[in-house]
Design a protein around this ligand. Sequence first.
Ligand code: FPP
Ligand code: MG
Length: 285
Amino acid sequence: MSDWVNENCVSFFQLFCIKVVKTGRIPQHIAFIMDGNRRYAKKVSVKTSDGHSRGFDKLSETLKWCLDLGIPEVTVYAFSIENFKRSDDEVSALMDLARDKFKRLLDAMDQINDWGVRIHIAGRLSLLPPDLRKMVSKAMLATRHNNKLRLNIAYAYTGRDEISRAASHIIDGVNDNKLRTEDIDEDLISQTLDLGHPELLIRTSGEVRLSDFMLWQTSNTVLYFSDALWPEFTVWNLLVAIIHFQRYAPPQLPEKQNNISQEKFLRKLEEKRLQILENYIECST
Ligand code: FPP
Ligand code: MG
């Protein structure tokens, strides 16, 4: 797990500052658009694949900072459906990086359980190579009872694709008589999506677009844009983003209660999703 959570990236002084910021409101879910890996690679004259690899190292530092800050949910945009259009070399380097990191994660499952990290992959998993799909399914099933930090990795993901998949699930629910049309409301759609709503979204590298990331969920999210390229993002950049959140965060709204058929539909959907993961693991191709 040391690959996924870098335990040695916080100095005593940084920890002190983290504790000071923690006396204010902390976002319960933070999302990152980790942008700028290729510009970073160019800047320091390394291969594009090394830029992505350093991007992963930055993710493992960020997870440690989030654990220290007591943030219970982190979502990262690691590979969009649009990214499949990049060169074959770059796509296969990104898939190989994911294979390597998930293999290490599965080999160090005791550590991830000690950390209490739950891994969730959000996206159209059917687009992934079967071996990688198998690994991520195993990681999701093996960590699903951990509850200290939920790490959602958006992979083969776009927000509009997520919304269209949720719509298909709801249509299936209506066709199977599990849902009535009057049960379909904003809250049901929110809960049918892969991802919950982040309170703070950070995009690095100076870009100020959402790039089809968590479109439904960001209706009331505080946005923060940092000029740092993702591999150069620091704990100071993160703390400034959290102070920005503390200044602009809207009041928290109470959650709405589901009715009985909505509850039943969501429970069945969860079972269906678990079954799909188990099928991916059993499937040999
Ligand atoms: C955006 O920078 C970054 C990506 C498309 C990939 C992000 C992936 C990682 C940080 C590794 C995550 C891996 C796992 C297994 C979770 P860019 O390539 O768009 O760079 P640019 O904006 O400078 O061109
Ligand atoms: Mg980019």
